[in-house]
Design a binder for this molecule. Structure first.
Ligand SMILES: [Zn+2]
Length: 268
């Protein structure tokens, strides 16, 4: 049986993710706070505290905080914890996503009554109409396309000049990941792809995406950018890339894998 809540007066030693509007609080030493709740010197209602996992046998709790943020520097986004290792980033991603879930499911979307957290699973339940909600996860596909030692990279309207990445898009209702990959690439840059291979996945809490990564072969078509989404897209030599996402991100890993594949091909 999973117990999500904790008595705030308890002396349980834990690691705490204090989340306020998608950002995580670091203590004066620039670290995630550890210890008992009372030492955190912040207030919280019991329904704003939730067990979200374990790190090195230590329980990890989320505390949803609504205080005014006075010291901006002490609050970071999960992205700023990418360098702290996969385990910490994953817990940070879970903390901000569950915090958003708690904030946005206080009332039932079907009948408007107050909702309560279920004690044995992470879900909110309406005691009046029985409507049950789980934290939202939005699957997204990333596609790295290679062709004759080149990679297709695009700059979206959200990215600064000079920064390029592989293509990405959200999965639509009743669509497979593979269908979404083929559709998104066609919509965003007008080219056809084939031979999709799964690479891996990564939670991406901005605010609740699950990235799934593929590599694919180019099958035809000229680059025609979708005007609302893509500012520019080009085939770049895999040996001379522009600025691309860091290796801690799934996009960065896919780009590196395509570089390695091209290097191996050259060597044989
Ligand atoms: Zn209801």
């Amino acid at each position: 049986m999973i117990k999500h809540s904790i008595s705030l007066s308890s002396n349980q030693y834990a690691l705490w993710f204090v989340v306020n509007r998608g950002r995580i609080w670091l203590n004066a030493q620039g670290q995630l706070p550890q210890g008992i709740f009372a030492n955190l010197t912040l207030s919280a209602e019991p329904d704003q505290v939730c067990l979200i996992g374990e790190l090195a046998t230590q329980p990890v709790y989320l505390v949803v905080n609504h205080d005014y943020i006075a010291d901006e520097a002490a609050w970071v986004t999960p992205r700023e914890l990418l360098d702290n290792g996969d385990d910490v980033f994953q817990l940070a991603a879970r903390a901000v996503q569950v915090a958003l879930f708690l904030q946005t499911h206080r009332f039932c979307g079907q009948c408007g009554s107050a909702m309560n957290l279920v004690s044995w699973e992470l879900a909110a339940l309406c005691s009046k109409c029985g409507h049950r909600c789980y934290p939202r996860i939005a699957p997204c596909v990333l596609v790295g396309i290679a062709h004759h030692g080149k990679i297709l990279l695009a700059r979206s309207s959200r990215h600064r000049k000079g920064f390029y990445s592989i293509l990405a898009g959200f999965v639509e209702s009743a669509e497979t990941l593979e269908q979404a990959a083929v559709r998104e690439v066609k919509e965003e840059v007008g080219v056809d792809i084939t031979n999709l291979r799964y690479v891996g996945s990564q939670p991406w809490p901005f605010p609740h995406s699950l990235m799934t990564g593929f590599i694919a072969d180019y099958a035809g078509g000229d680059i025609i950018c979708q005007p609302q989404e893509i500012e520019e897209a080009h085939w770049f030599d895999l040996a001379a890339l522009p600025e691309v996402p860091s290796i801690q991100t799934l996009s960065g890993k896919i780009i590196m894998q395509l570089q390695q594949n091209a290097g191996n091909k050259k060597a044989t």
